[in-house]
Design a protein around this ligand. Sequence first.
Ligand code: SF4
Length: 432
Amino acid sequence: MTKRGLIQGELGGLLERGLSRRAFLAFCGAMTALLALPPRYVPRVAAAVSGAPKIPLIWLRGSGCGGDGEALLRTTGPGAVSLLLESLSVDYLEILMASAGEAASDLRAATIAAAPNGYLAVIEGAISNADDGYRHTVGGRPFRDVAREVSAGASGVIAVGSCAFDGGLAAAGGGSIGAGGVGEVVAGRPFISLPGCPVNAANLAATIVHFLTFGELPPADGRGRPLFAYGSLIHNQCERRPHFEFGEFVEDWGDEGAQKGWCLYKMGCKGPEAYANCPTVRYDEGASWPIGSGQVCIACTMPGFWDSMGPAFRRLPPLAPFLPWLTADVAGQVIVGGTAGLAVAHGTASIVRAGVRRRRAARARLAEEAPETAPVAPPVAEPEAPPVVAPTEPAPEGTPVEFEPETAELEPPAEPELEAPEPVPPPDSEDA
Ligand code: SF4
């Protein structure tokens, strides 16, 4: 069967319910890209989404505004919601259920009992811990216990929204209900957290698509946030970043810079401190996002953002007042660069040490093997000792020195050629 035929065949159920093949493949392509998977994974994602058995889904709502469930249900078009509602069996979602009270609690218990192979649990809102959890009850039971019970049998637990991440607004300034994150009640089960106020429905859809495709939740950072969605700084993806580089800032709401879409840093934007994919995924089927609509980023995906990132419209103080250019981003780059340098130095030293060890081992091996295998060298002739000259008695003073005939090979000095003296004429007799 061709790839096209495979997708078409498994799409049957979805197509019968009015979804166009084009919309379905567009969704699968978008999910594949969002998960940072290569394009060749699109058929696999399509097969998983359309052909997976309907996995039960239980959606709980803790202490919060309920905005995450609303964000999911209010998306438009044939995007995340419709396809996920087709792919999953949403058995418990309070804002959609007709049943209430005991009937709803019975339905939840029945869903857990009827899914021996597990189900997905999505929890929004904070966990209330004060007064042994009785500040927030569901059916007379602490919500904390219900969340713990549902999580215990789940194949995967997804905390959605900032309140489910670490207590959110309910924990701001200390709070009054002992608010904490959903991670506190999930023990030993696959868990992931999607902070944001509210959660981006596209990230939730991608997380579920990853679970359907690979049977596990996507890789996450140390706080349980998936790297595909929370691995990059908002500031580095922001469409207003060129204005930041050129020093073009909004100085007041409604000024010329605001109308021209300049950078919102001076208005308190926390984009340089926040990690999320809002600039690329955006909200409402990609329509816009806070900074795109002229609002500052409030870093709602960061731990304790109500306290640590506030006030919303004031710039964060620099890390070091005497180094105003030292932002968290720059500090992080310095730390990463320093770590990389240390790693290189460590690697170089390791290579040198390994070389020294190898040479030592080779010398030791040669020393062990030498008596058996080394060729016998020919005897080396002893150099002849020079003749020993017996010391002679010094000759008494005045004794003529006699030369040895062999060594006295000096040429005899040439006879000096003397010119004959001119004859002196005899004295003149007359003169005499
Ligand atoms: S608007 Fe915010 S996130 Fe965007 S470039 Fe300016 S400071 Fe960075």
